[in-house]
Design a protein around this ligand. Sequence first.
Ligand SMILES: Cc1cc2nc3c(=O)[nH]c(=O)nc-3n(C[C@H](O)[C@H](O)[C@H](O)COP(=O)(O)OP(=O)(O)OC[C@H]3O[C@@H](n4cnc5c(N)ncnc54)[C@H](O)[C@@H]3O)c2cc1C
Ligand code: FES
Length: 521
Amino acid sequence: MSDADEDAPVGPDLGVEGVAIEEIPEGGLLVGRFEGASVVLIRKDGSVHALGGKCTHYGGPLGQGLFDGELLHCPWHHACFRPETGEAVGAPAVDAVPSFVVEHQGGRVFIRGVKKEQITRAPIPSVPRSVLIIGGGAAGFAAAETLRREGYQGPVTIVSADDAAPYDRPNLSKDYLAGTAQSEWMPLRPPGWYGDARIELLLGARVAAVTPAKREVQLDDGRSLEYGALLLAAGASPVRLDIPGADLPHVHYLRAMRDCDSIIDHAKRTKRAVVVGASFIGLEVAASLVARGLDVQVVAPEAIPMERVLGSELGGFVRTLHEERGVRFHLGQTMGEIGERSVTLQSGTRLEADLVVLGVGVRPDVELAEEAGLALDRGVLVDEYLRTSAEGVWAAGDIARWPDRFSGERIRVEHWVVAERQGQTAARNILGRLEAFRAAPFFWSQHYDVTINYVGYASSWDEANVVGNIADRDCLVSYRKAGKIRAVATIFRDLLSLHAQAAMDRGDAQALDAVVMAMVS
Ligand SMILES: Cc1cc2nc3c(=O)[nH]c(=O)nc-3n(C[C@H](O)[C@H](O)[C@H](O)COP(=O)(O)OP(=O)(O)OC[C@H]3O[C@@H](n4cnc5c(N)ncnc54)[C@H](O)[C@@H]3O)c2cc1C
Ligand code: FES
């Protein structure tokens, strides 16, 4: 991720001087200004389109993104926008960017205000009598929003065990926990939006059973709800550590907003924290607690943080980043027990701690699917259209294992953008659009001022090749198995990360090799 505040508008003033049409490359983009704001001109199939230059997710500079011939992609977290309308068609952005009226005059292109037209859509091929969504997280929210955006008028209900309306879960370990995000950033939509969109949101409500043969779910308060189509999006829950003291009040897991709020509450009253687990979430929590002025120690069984996902060199770099901020690591160590004021490791080492956060992984919540008799394989099995083995039931997000085109494997990942995009695709398929889920997995992880972007899926690899310089925070790491690149991690090479995503989305291994070669040269 690059710094947002390079975002003082640059380039020609498109309301006043315009730009010569030849300066906008066919299939490419040009950055300009309009009424003091940044604008991106895109030339597609001979026509010029103009969009607002700031991503509606977290303000990423779209002019530094990629136009792949069809969509404009944000460099920060890979949201995609349609050039003709500005519509956000790929998460994590939900809202459209402004789309402007373009005028041609004497070989020059000018912008003349914001477009007013409504987006028109093809008729819905299949209209279920109602849609029920289990889970008010990334996938569940994205599905409900997409159903309405696609023009579905029937009843939509989200049943969520969470007591908060859908929110930005990744931020729970980042700026929200660090105290640098405003709480208004967290909800994915303001409270009134659900009523306006006629989406019934049942919060603090848990589905206890699903009966696909009757198209019915039972809630744990005894109520039954019928559905025409069902989306399972129950996500995952933290793995619980079965050691003495794990249920003490100063010991926390982090999945939901309420977990985060109680960590924050504790962090305000304490000085010393131990984080158990050197995964993405564990280390992001460590960074956020450091930002709150706590003394933080990390305990984990692996020798190098995140080595299994990122490899030893990038993992070692992440460790250094944390050590430079004062985090102390106890690696190759497992927990023994947790006391009121300390934790004791299996080795006998005692660490003082009045706040303990356990981040030792998650398990997909597949019990409902299992009891309903759906096909499972370390997750709920779905086809490329995200259909489960039961008629009228789709699954998306952390629980779903789908056939990934690029790796050729059936995979299940725990990534925000994947869950949201699967929610969007599942919604379109519930309406009969028959859209295969083809997006390569993408996630980002933030450690202080460094963001790592990762595209693809490599559960194991033969070589991890570093191009550039990790210590200089300018690198691309490719993970190759049986000669084929399976995944690419980058630091401050956002455009290359987008090119890698585009190549994988197309299933084009040669283009992916070319992305790595571009960094080499
Ligand atoms: C702290 C944290 C930080 C993260 N950071 C990142 C990141 O930086 N990048 C990234 O890519 N990913 C990140 N992730 C992972 C990402 O948030 C998940 O992959 C994503 O939320 C999965 O979406 P989902 O819809 O499948 O599940 P969730 O978002 O977990 O939503 C599941 C919902 O289902 C509800 N539910 C469960 N069971 C039932 C039931 N029986 N009845 C009713 N409701 C039920 C839950 O209450 C919840 O509302 C992070 C996760 C956490 C916890
Ligand atoms: S800022 Fe654009 S996708 Fe996040």
